[in-house]
Design a protein around this ligand. Sequence first.
Ligand code: ZN
Length: 397
Amino acid sequence: MNSAESNLQCCCGSSDVEEYNAYFYRCKTCGTLLVHYLISEKVDDMTVRFSKYDKFLKNVFYANPDPSFPPPSSVVDQHKAIWRDRLNALGVQESGKTGVFKKVLEIGCGLGHLMDVFYQMGYQPTGVDINANTVAWAKANYPQLQFICAPFEKVKFDANSYDVIVAAHILQHVLSPFKLLNKTNQLLAPGGRLIIATLVMTGDVNKVASIADVGGEWGEQTTTHYFTEEGLMRLLSRFGFIVSGKILGSTGDLVESCSEIVISAEKSLESAHARSLERIRTLEQEKESLLKDVANARSAEQKSLERIHTLEQDVVNARSAEQKSLERIQAVEQDVANVRSAEQKSLERIRTLEQERESILKSVSWRMTGPVRWIGGRVIALKRAVECKRAKEERES
Ligand SMILES: [Zn+2]
């Protein structure tokens, strides 16, 4: 199993999903088939995924108007009559009779026919759809109704404000039916009604799974899920919905071995209460965690302040040490100056002493040579006297 598969979770909540064949994963818990490449790609933007489908619509329906688009009024009337019967069978009351205009929202409203049925029953309808062409047609033909052209997941609706929400043949096309129902559940008023129409596998699973070119008829694969009834029920129970009615196979097999199912489910007051309690618990946990964060931040701030204080003390100490060093340097420089001055004086003293020595030596030398010179003079005088005497004696002889 690669990582994409191991991360897979079926909308029923089970992660026990196996690769079934080249086109499908299969939930081992509820049996729902998930279209391999759509689920793996995780392109959650319906607008992106339906772009080719829309191109197909434009090319086939709008550029070459088919007699079936817009459907002839007889077909539309039949369609509306079917839905009126269904809503009646599911116990969806006419609203106008009570004098209260109940709010209804349709996810993927298409041409808006079903919203018109609700309008005729006294409801205040809003339709949302990603297809600009169908929304434009709906606005032009049902000007009294409200239509929004946007992906449902990106529109901000008021929470707990809708009495009825309808998703007719939408759930099997979205990447995450769980996310869609999660948002739906938030928008429904407590006790509000959810009406789902989708396909469920009622025949041989292998026959469904053997469709090689799933969705090929539309030019692009737009179905992500082939549900089992069990899977749908598990999905609804994840949000505490209470199924109050279902109509199975009312329009026959749309896809081989699949039947249409229409389910009416109520957002239970208990589940709303439980979700509120859960929300409160979550918020309290968040609050606790935030308080912890604040406490940690304060403790960190305290430590930082202490550290700053220590550092400031260090700076003061360093400055004081620097001051002492400067003073020491000054003292040493003074010592050096004193030593140099003493050296200078010593040198001068040495010079003076040398001069004195020189002069003493000179005077000693004079005193020593005086007697020698006197003796030398005496010797020369004697020599001369002897020579004179000898010369006199030679002359006399
Ligand atoms: Zn499942």
